[in-house]
Design a protein around this ligand. Structure first.
Ligand code: MIC
Ligand code: SF4
Length: 641
């Protein structure tokens, strides 16, 4: 039986376990990446592990999220990460160099290698034929320390591409279509692997747009084959020597198959407030827009921005629209400046902002009250833009640019304009933005720790009995942005859990922190896909700090479930989802003989003292996860090893 590409790479990196879906394997990690908003925790944890040398082939620390520097906090975090990166032999990418995923693709990604990143959009590397997985910060710290990562073997969804995209339809529309079909939880426990004749019609940056936003499917990762287009891309980045061809066997067997004829796709948009709330631009109609934001790790490549410049050339941004563009990297911005495209954008009235995440994570450019914003980004969760009542639509760069001119949501296919072809380019690495750790000795470099950087909370060994109060009952698809919001007010405090704790669940129920403090030990009740979205482990560390000891939900998103376990918080799944309806705020819950129950495996019984019911829950802990839960989290487990 032929093998899928994903299984070939996983198998080649497998250190233990069997390639059986649902069971745990440990793989060798070749590369890691961190970014600053998760990175401070990663490097605090790495320091706490007292590691001398990292075990990966390459680890990079990027600064791309927190760059407003409205106070000393961001700059202190940057200085801390820079010092600790150097101590551990990690390459440091300075603020202004660009977005981690774009930079990793351009400069360091290698087909067939594994990459673990403390950011949920790490699967961008799948566009180059890598197994690139997003994880919580602690998992990345451990991957640096040990060179390994444990995961549940996923099933493989094969997406068979045929045909060729029409003008005005692009890679963003492909992934929006897949999201419409599979939904934000359709990829949980799965890898999405693209194959078929249509693959050759997509460039590496197109593929990276698709694998990037595969994160919104909840998938473990997404992957494309490495082929002639991959060779050309690597050659354009001055790295042809890194090219290795990789593909699935011709008779590879997929667990499920989705067929997509690229030639039948039309411009699509994800409507407020979920990336899977997809409809065609023409069906949604010409709604009036206030803002257009182009950039983010999904759509900030050279080709994307050249298309935008070509659409804007000689035109004028509508008087009612603010158009803001953030390039993906310094090398892209430099090329746009050299070839005149930047001048075309500025002449049309575009606002150019720094190479980085910027508005995608609410760092500036919040829309007006009730405003409509078209964004080429990957997430449109309510409130993420910084304006609670804004209506954010996710679209392609082509749709964004043409709509910025017309002032209404516009389907470029119907507007009669032609799209110019973009000539290929070659790029040079900009060493000025990199700090290489070569030859540094850990002992000679002090840790640069500013006053905003506080210790992270640690759990205790699992007690014999857990007694808690339900302090929140949440619905389906709760995001980590809901749990721990991150805008320009809060992002500077990613290294200060006590401060963040005042804002936990702020947009859903601002009384939550107060209630937790009164209760002492607490439980959150959730619906389906609890914890989808970002990899931020703050969505586990802050609840831990507030006393949360277990979460019961109908189902969990992958990264958040791991982050809860890493923090020693039990993620329990209702054996009978109808039990959800019988739980209320303030209910007193008890897990008796917790240690024995966890050791014995599923089901774990939770008693509701307030209504006398007993809930059976499943934890599905692997052997390693059981050890971590018993020890009170991953750090305690590692210390006790
Ligand atoms: C995001 O897009 O939500 C982020 C900000 O990049 C997060 C990481 C974080 O919360 O720091 C992610 O995607 O993992
Ligand atoms: Fe940055 Fe946005 Fe990408 Fe997250 S999704 S890494 S915030 S650009």
């Amino acid at each position: 039986m032929g093998k899928t590409l994903a299984y070939k790479i996983l198998d080649a990196h497998r250190l233990n376990g069997e390639m059986i879906p649902g069971t745990e394997i440990t793989i060798k990690i070749d590369q890691t990446l961190t970014q600053d908003s998760t990175g401070t925790m990663v490097y605090l944890q790495l320091e706490a592990m007292n590691v001398d040398e990292i075990k990966t082939e390459l680890s990079v620390a990027y600064i791309d999220h927190n760059m407003l520097q409205t106070g000393f906090e961001n700059a202190d975090d940057h200085a801390f990460i820079k010092s600790v990166a150097k101590r551990h032999g990690v390459l440091f990418s300075k603020p202004g160099n660009g977005i981690c995923h774009q930079l990793q693709l351009e400069s360091f990604g290698i087909p067939g290698k594994t990459l673990l990143g403390s950011d949920s959009h790490t699967p961008t590397g799948g566009g180059l034929g890598m197994i690139a997985i997003g994880a919580g910060g602690l998992d990345v710290a451990v991957a640096m320390a040990k060179g390994t990562y444990s995961l549940t073997v996923p099933k493989i969804i094969g997406v068979k591409l045929s045909g060729k995209l029409c003008p005005w339809v692009s890679a963003k529309d492909v992934i929006l279509y897949v999201l419409q079909k599979l939904t934000v939880k359709g990829g949980v426990g799965k890898i999405v692997e693209y194959f078929g004749d249509g693959v050759k019609e997509l460039s590496v940056t197109d593929r990276a747009t698709i694998t990037n936003m595969g994160a919104e499917l909840g998938a473990t990762t997404s992957i494309f084959p490495s082929d002639e287009n991959t060779r050309q891309y690597l050659a354009s980045q001055g790295r042809e020597q890194d090219y290795v061809p990789f593909s699935a066997d011709a008779d590879a067997v997929y667990d499920e198959i989705l067929e997509v004829d690229l030639s039948e796709l039309v411009p699509l948009a994800a409507k407020p407030h979920s990336p899977d709330n997809v409809d065609s631009v023409s069906n949604i109609g010409p709604i009036k827009i206030d803002q257009v934001a182009i950039g983010s790790c999904t759509n900030s490549s050279y080709t994307d921005l050249m298309k935008v410049a070509a659409i804007l050339k000689g035109k004028r941004v509508n008087e009612n629209v603010s158009l803001v563009i953030s390039p993906g990297s310094s090398r892209i911005l430099r090329k746009l400046a050299e070839n005149g495209a930047l001048a075309d954008m500025i002449a049309a009235g575009a606002r150019i902002i720094e190479n980085g995440c910027g508005p995608c994570i609410g760092m500036g450019q919040s829309p007006r009250s009730g405003g409509v914003s078209l964004r080429t980004f990957n997430r449109n969760f309510k409130g993420r833009s910084g304006t609670k009542d804004a209506q954010v639509y996710l679209v392609s760069p082509e749709t964004a640019a043409i709509s910025a001119i017309t002032g209404v949501l516009t389907d470029g296919m119907g507007c009669g304009e032609t799209l110019p072809a973009i000539a290929p380019e070659t790029f040079e690495l900009n060493e000025s933005f990199l700090v290489r750790p070569d030859g540094c000795k850990k002992c000679e470099i002090p840790v640069d720790m500013g006053p905003n950087i506080k210790p992270f909370p640690l759990n205790e060994h699992l007690p014999e009995m857990l007694k808690t109060t339900v302090t929140l009952k949440a619905g389906n698809n709760i995001t980590t942005d809901d749990i721990m919001p991150s805008d320009s007010r809060l992002l500077p405090f990613r290294s200060n859990v006590p401060h963040l704790s005042n804002y936990c669940f702020e947009l859903i129920d601002s009384e939550f922190p107060k209630r937790c403090r009164q209760a002492g030990t607490c439980t959150i009740v959730g619906g389906e896909n609890y914890g989808q979205g970002s990899s931020r482990e703050h969505a586990a560390l802050v609840p831990l700090y507030l006393g949360v000891r277990f979460v019961i939900a109908k189902s969990f998103a992958r990264i958040h479930r791991s982050n809860l376990i890493n923090s020693g918080i039990l993620p329990l799944v209702f054996a009978d989802p109808a039990d959800y309806d019988t739980l209320s705020l303030g209910d007193q819950l008890v897990i008796e003989d917790a240690v024995a129950q966890v050791k014995a495996g599923d089901p774990i019984a939770v008693k509701n003292v307030s209504n006398g019911r007993i809930y059976q829950t499943n934890a599905n802990f692997s052997a390693l996860e059981t050890e971590m839960i018993l020890a009170g989290g991953k750090i305690n487990y590692i210390k006790g090893e």
